[in-house]
Write a protein that binds this ligand. Structure first.
Ligand code: HSE
Length: 428
């Protein structure tokens, strides 16, 4: 029965500093609940001078050599908060092989190399937890692994990137331009160090890969998802969407269709009445449909130091509880990976498309009739009052038919916006 566990921290940036502060605040409560005193002993940093004040205030040592942590027999738990793949992956593997439990918030790493790392943790009988990797402060992966184990999930849709949700909210509510909104999200510590992954939907895709593994046992990689970010979302389309009763959100979705599991990330018109439409700023929400519970929403801050640090602490508590009771360390995700994936070419989606027309407006009725004759279910088609801009919504289109539709519309003008649509327009 352990009474004390010592922690080595890898990185001392925004979230790691949050971990230091939250652990100081919660240390006594955690000890009372788990029977274990958790304390930070060392932090690995690039430049010790820059971090001297926080280390002194909290009484831990700064080191610059990873082996000072991974080879230190006194350290029980390593918290990796460097991010990205290298050297985080090598450091985590070394920590696990040296018998340390590992906690991380690194979604890039888990989505791409999770299986390998989990196998090493299992081999060395140590814990590997990553609650903070998806949804920031929202308790998400642990409930999926435990409470939802009693259910069968059919779809999981989420706003899982705080940066882009913050940007879209500012762009819609305050007419802020894209660059200013991005700069604000960066200044508030929501964005990745290189925000390309945020705005291009890659960060959301990594998180959906992790959610797909917990919800369905899906073994997804980036190439299995269709991924579109928010770079091409246009103000004119957002305004049209709003007048039609929608908000534009970057949505990640993993769902079970007849042919298997399918996943995508894209900007989507979300009906204003849907709970996901009400999620603003850096907040995230994951909307789950399942056979037993029905519909459920897990909601909270998706980025930011303290919420993310609190999720890291929840993993520490799991480790402390198991260590105290001398329990074994099972994989965080209890689902066996390998659910069959659907062939994306047969999965139908609904789309909103806008076109800047070349010349005199076409006859909308004639266009709709012609498209319907070709088998497209055009459920909305209209010209903007002030411009030569045509907007249309088509339901139930497979990717090849969508490409053919875009090619046909391109003969009328310049394609401007391409967004997904949640649900059938007619039903809203
Ligand atoms: N850049 C990420 C986001 C941080 O904005 O959601 C949290 O994973």
């Amino acid at each position: 029965m352990k009474k004390e566990m010592k922690i080595g921290l890898l990185g001392l940036g925004v979230v790691a500093t949050g971990v230091v502060e939250r652990l100081a605040a919660q240390q006594k409560q955690i000890e009372a609940q788990t029977g274990i005193l958790l304390s930070i002993e060392k932090a690995l940093v690039l430049n010790p001078q820059e971090k001297a004040a926080v280390a002194k205030a909290h009484g831990f040592e700064l080191v610059t050599n990873i082996e000072d942590i991974t080879k230190d027999a006194e350290i029980d738990i390593v918290i990796e908060l460097i991010g990205r793949i290298s050297p985080a992956k090598e450091y985590i593997l070394s920590a696990l092989k040296n018998g340390k439990h590992v906690v991380t918030a690194n979604k890039d790493l888990i989505a791409q190399h999770g299986k390998e790392i989990i196998a090493v943790a299992k081999e060395h009988k140590v814990g590997f937890y990553y609650e903070a990797s998806v949804g920031g402060g929202i308790p998400l992966l642990r409930p999926l692994a435990t409470s939802y184990a009693a259910d069968t999930i059919t779809s999981i849709k989420g706003i899982v990137n705080g940066t882009t949700n913050y940007m879209l909210t500012k762009m819609m509510e305050e007419q802020m331009d894209y660059q200013t909104a991005l700069a604000q999200a960066q200044a508030l510590g929501f964005a990745e160090s290189d925000p390309t992954n945020d705005v291009d939907g890659i960060d959301a895709a990594y998180k959906m890969i992790i959610l797909g593994a917990f919800a369905f046992g899906a073994d997804l990689s980036l190439s299995d998802l269709s991924i579109q970010g928010i770079r091409h979302v246009q103000a004119a389309d957002v305004v049209t969407a709003q007048t039609l009763g929608y908000e534009v959100k970057l949505i990640g979705e993993v769902k079970r269709v007849a042919q298997g599991i399918t996943a995508r990330v894209s900007p989507v018109l979300v009906p204003k009445t849907h709970p996901l439409a009400m999620i603003k700023n850096e907040y995230n929400g994951v909307f789950i449909e399942s056979e037993g519970i029905g519909q459920s929403l897990l909601y909270g801050p998706g980025a930011g130091a303290l919420p993310t640090a609190t999720s890291v602490l929840s993993d520490l508590i799991e480790i402390a509880d198991r260590a105290y009771d001398q329990q074994s360390f099972e994989a965080f995700n209890r689902k066996e990976l390998g659910s069959p994936l659907a062939d994306r070419s047969v999965v139908e989606e609904n789309y909103f498309i806008s076109v800047e027309l070349n010349a005199t407006p076409v006859s909308v009725d004639a266009l709709v009739q012609s498209l319907n004759k070709q088998g497209y279910k055009v459920v909305y088609c209209a010209l903007a009052a002030t411009e030569n801009r045509l907007s249309l919504i088509v339901n139930h289109v497979v990717p090849s038919a969508y490409e053919a539709l875009l090619a046909e519309l391109a003969t009328q003008g310049q394609i401007q916006g391409q967004l997904g649509v949640m649900g059938d327009y007619n039903e809203n």
